[in-house]
Design a protein around this ligand. Structure first.
Ligand code: ATP
Length: 868
């Protein structure tokens, strides 16, 4: 049997029943049905029922189950039933929340599925990689991910990095040559494999296997680790919860002992201690982070930022450096040629005469060393190249026809390190290498110049003159391209051919800044974030644009890649704060910039779109890829993808990130305040009971269960959905090392909990003097309502008068649900008796509501005064 790499392309195409123009849509569809989706199997997910069962694995829940059993044995069947109902409701809430969070992760994942270029019915189109099937013809170029195993049928300077498969980090050359012998994967030079990245050149291939049948699929168990790793915040809160729980359980044992000594009722004391444990341990703490982060990532997606890793949401808020590309991110990437410089003269784009030899050569290079095209309303390709095609159209040059007349026989594609590209074309029976690219780089390769129809040696004066023109263009923020050529007899180009070129001319292009950029830069700076520009473009062009949008301010430095290379780490560290623009950088320089900032303890968000940007994106705390123009490789490496490629979206995302963090903090604060309030009251009454037996236990076990498991989690989640404001941008970026609960947050929790405890205690005291059973009735209802009111206070550090009561509908809904449940308990006698609530008159109800509202009013007044 022969392997795919041992067969030539004809054989493969016929064996796979396909052709150069690809499968038909129908055939592709039926193969898709037969072969299934092109994806690796995912680790099995727990079913909804398993998730439901998992809710019972919690320590506190287990304690409660024991409590239900004890109650059953001691004859208190009512309590057992209620505990079980409460547990089930709690588990249902937990399950729906987990499922929602999962759903949102899935939908985000779907948004970041890699795209692939496929030929079907002879038409090139882009589809989701999952839709690819055996026999499909795919095309790829530098920056693309390979998403199936495929036999190469066309290759042009193709290089592929296959480390995912072979461990070899160097890119390997790929060709179409059939291999005779049997060889290992790493030596199958005419195949490409799922999981590899195209680092250079381009190619075309026929898909031979998909999904699990691919080489990576065969070893995919290794890759299929569950991706539910916990975030640093989640871990620290888990740790905090654990310690808190241990402390609370210890406290409960003490309370049990004391209650037993004063009441001599073992069952009652045990039940109360258990209930106290349940009331005091903030159950929802662990899940609140996941819920708020997954809700937050949906908000981010609406703002055009897709988080690939939900855990990165919390890092986003502490970003203090945003290093952004220029072209397309800060600018519109809508290029138009402004001027042409040829024969030593400056012309407008419509002033060329194609009779002139240099102008004709310039036009040939612009249109032929170019892969973009216009098709009706559709403009396909790199905006820089499209601008040149559009210029050609002014002279009635239809690029596709033109390219047929002057066929390309070889090429050296553009890359961001060389900064130019060359193609070998047949022009009037001559083989001509045409080169276009960055002027400064190109001039280094030029030995001649074409002036007024004559080619002669290029002089120092010529070069100076060209550089002055280049500088003048750049000063205006224009992007400059230089053009050169060489007649040759070569059939295939190599990099050594890019030498002894004849210089022809320059074009300048305008690429206006995005309208939002200036505002976004200003916002970022106000928020203590330093925006920096990192670009492959010329230093002067970059500075001009950076100045227009506010990134470059007087006194700042602009340095280029070479200067950066020559700087020592110490020098870079010294100047880092002053450098706002890095120009003519190569991708590897980006890593150095990230490292330098990180060494200063900064959290760096860095954008990148190219194939070589992946390492820098991985190194950055938040790697940011471009959804529209970004290479698949960069998207694969990033934490966040910008759907609109826009710098302003980065700033918005950081704002949302900060808001999410604040919301998590507030939700935690809400949970802890209420629980601490309850603990204060229990400690106070337990101690008082020693002096006077009228100080009965303040809450019935079942009441605490109700508060903590039913009415508590909804307001917490609602607080987590607080709509963001730009208020968070007034603060400096959060120090990522600082814990989420700072000393000042703890102080606030203690004060607010103290206020709630006082109100509850007053209610309790009134209850004691009202009659038997009223103490717990008052204490329970005041606590329950006070916590619901407190939900509004915990929305923000600002007073409600400032943020508005109705600006977060979810808190209103959560409040109304809570109030409804409490009303049911008060007004439906059958339920009242289960919850040990006595019947109340109007005055008593008003007293309870007044007491419950008081702590929130006090807190609000304090906030209003502070805000002044
Ligand atoms: P950024 O890094 O901000 O996106 P950029 O797009 O200018 O900036 P590169 O794409 O690396 O960065 O381009 C670097 C230089 O290479 C440009 O300034 C230009 O002179 C040249 N260049 C860009 N695109 C092409 C192209 N298609 N053909 C030839 N030269 C190009």
């Amino acid at each position: 049997m022969k392997y795919f790499y041992q067969k030539d392309s004809e054989e493969i195409l016929s064996e796979l029943e396909t052709s150069n123009s690809g499968l038909s849509e129908n055939e592709a569809k039926s193969r898709l049905e037969k072969n299934g989706l092109n994806k690796l199997p995912e680790a099995p997910r727990p079913s909804a029922f398993q998730i439901f069962l998992n809710q019972f694995k919690d320590l506190i829940v287990l304690i409660l189950i024991v409590a239900a059993v004890i109650s059953g044995f001691t004859g208190d069947h009512e309590s057992s039933i209620v505990i079980i109902i409460v547990l089930i409701i709690n588990a249902i809430l937990g399950t729906t929340q987990t499922l929602n969070a999962q759903r949102s992760v899935d939908s985000l994942k779907q948004l970041s599925v890699p795209k692939v270029k496929v030929i079907r019915n002879g038409v090139k189109q882009e589809i989701n990689s999952e839709q690819l099937t055996v026999g499909d013809i795919i095309e790829f170029e530098a920056g693309d991910m390979i998403v199936a195993d495929a036999r190469i049928i066309e290759a042009s300077s193709l290089q592929v990095q296959e480390s995912a498969l072979t461990g070899e980090s160097h890119a390997v050359d790929k060709t179409i040559e059939t291999i005779e012998d049997e060889v290992v994967v790493g030596d199958q030079t005419n195949m490409v494999f799922t999981g590899s990245q195209v680092t250079y050149g381009k190619g075309r291939a026929v898909v031979t296997s998909i999904g699990v049948a691919t080489e990576i699929g065969k070893i995919s168990e290794l890759l299929n680790k569950a991706t539910t790793s916990k975030s640093p915040l989640q871990k620290s809160i888990d740790e905090f919860s654990k310690n808190l729980s241990i402390g609370i359980i210890a406290l409960c044992i003490v309370v049990f002992g004391l209650t037993y000594i004063s009441s001599k009722d073992f069952g009652g004391a045990a039940m109360f201690a258990i209930a106290l444990a349940v009331a005091a341990v903030p159950e929802a703490l662990a899940s609140i982070i996941t819920i708020v982060e997954s809700l937050g990532s949906q908000t981010l997606a609406k703002e055009n930022a897709i988080m690939k890793d939900i855990n990165a949401v919390e890092t986003l808020g502490s970003v203090s450096i945003i290093a952004s590309d220029k072209t397309g991110t800060l600018t519109q990437n809508k290029m138009t040629v402004e001027d042409v410089y040829v024969n030593g003269k400056l012309l407008k784009p419509d002033e060329l005469s194609l009779e002139d030899k240099a102008s004709k050569m310039l036009m040939d290079t612009m249109v032929l060393t170019n892969d973009s095209f216009i098709n009706g309303d559709q403009k396909v390709g790199d905006p820089t190249e499209l601008a040149l095609v559009e210029l050609g159209r002014k002279y009635n040059i239809i690029e596709q026809d033109y390219r047929e007349n002057y066929p390309r026989i070889s090429e050296l594609p553009f890359d961001s390190v060389r900064k130019f590209m060359s193609t070998l074309q047949i022009v009037n029976n001559e083989k001509v290498m045409l080169t276009k690219g960055a002027t400064d780089e190109l001039l280094k390769k030029c030995s001649h110049i074409l002036l007024d129809g004559e080619v002669r040696d290029i002089t120092k004066e010529d070069i100076d003159q060209i550089l002055v023109q280049n500088y003048n263009f750049a000063e205006e923020g224009l992007r400059v391209l230089g053009y050169a050529f060489k007649v040759t007899d070569k059939e295939q180009l190599t990099f050594d051919d890019e030498n002894n070129l004849t210089f022809v001319g320059l074009t300048s292009m305008i690429d206006p800044p995005r309208v939002e950029s200036k505002d976004a830069v200003e916002k970022a700076i106000k928020a203590g974030i330093k925006p920096i520009m990192i670009t492959g473009d010329h230093a002067i062009t970059a500075r001009s644009i950076a100045r227009k949008i506010g990134i470059f301010q007087e006194g700042d430095m602009v340095i280029d890649g070479i200067t950066l290379e020559n700087m020592t780490d110490e020098e870079l560290a010294r100047d880092l704060e002053k450098i706002s623009v890095y120009a003519r950088v190569a991708p590897e320089h980006k890593i150095r910039i990230v490292n330098a900032w990180q060494a200063k303890g900064k959290i760096v968000g860095m954008s990148g779109d190219g194939v070589n940007d992946a390492p820098a994106l991985k190194q950055a705390d938040i790697g940011i890829a471009m959804g529209i123009t970004g290479s698949e490789v960069s998207k694969d490496a990033a934490d966040m993808i910008l759907i609109d490629d826009n710098f302003a979206t980065i700033v918005k995302a950081v704002t949302v990130g900060r808001n999410i963090f604040t919301n998590i903090k507030n939700a935690i604060k809400y949970l802890l305040t209420g629980n601490t309030g309850a603990i204060f009251v229990v400690i106070a009454t337990t101690l008082l009971a020693f002096f006077d037996t009228k100080y009965v236990v303040p809450f019935a076990a079942i009441q605490l269960l109700f508060i903590n498991l039913v009415t508590d989690s909804l307001p917490a989640i609602a607080i987590g959905t607080e709509p963001g404001t730009d208020e968070v941008l007034k603060q400096a970026p959060r120090n990522p090392k600082e814990p989420i609960l700072t000393r000042s947050t703890f102080t606030a929790i203690l004060i607010e909990a103290g206020l709630i405890a006082i109100a509850v205690f007053i209610g309790y005291y009134i209850g004691i003097n009202t009659g038997e059973g009223y103490a717990t009735t008052f204490a329970f209802l005041v606590l329950c309502l006070a916590r619901l009111f407190n939900g509004f206070s915990c929305r923000s550090d600002l007073p409600l008068t400032k943020i508005g009561l109705f600006t977060n509908k979810n808190t209103i809904i959560a409040f109304l649900i809570g109030i409804t449940l409490v009303s049911i308990i008060i007004f439906i006698p059958a339920i009242s008796s289960i919850f040990k609530v006595m019947s109340l008159n109007g005055i008593q109800i008003l007293t309870i509501v007044g007491l419950a509202l008081a702590p929130t009013i006090v807190v609000q007044v304090i906030k209003i005064m502070k805000n002044r």
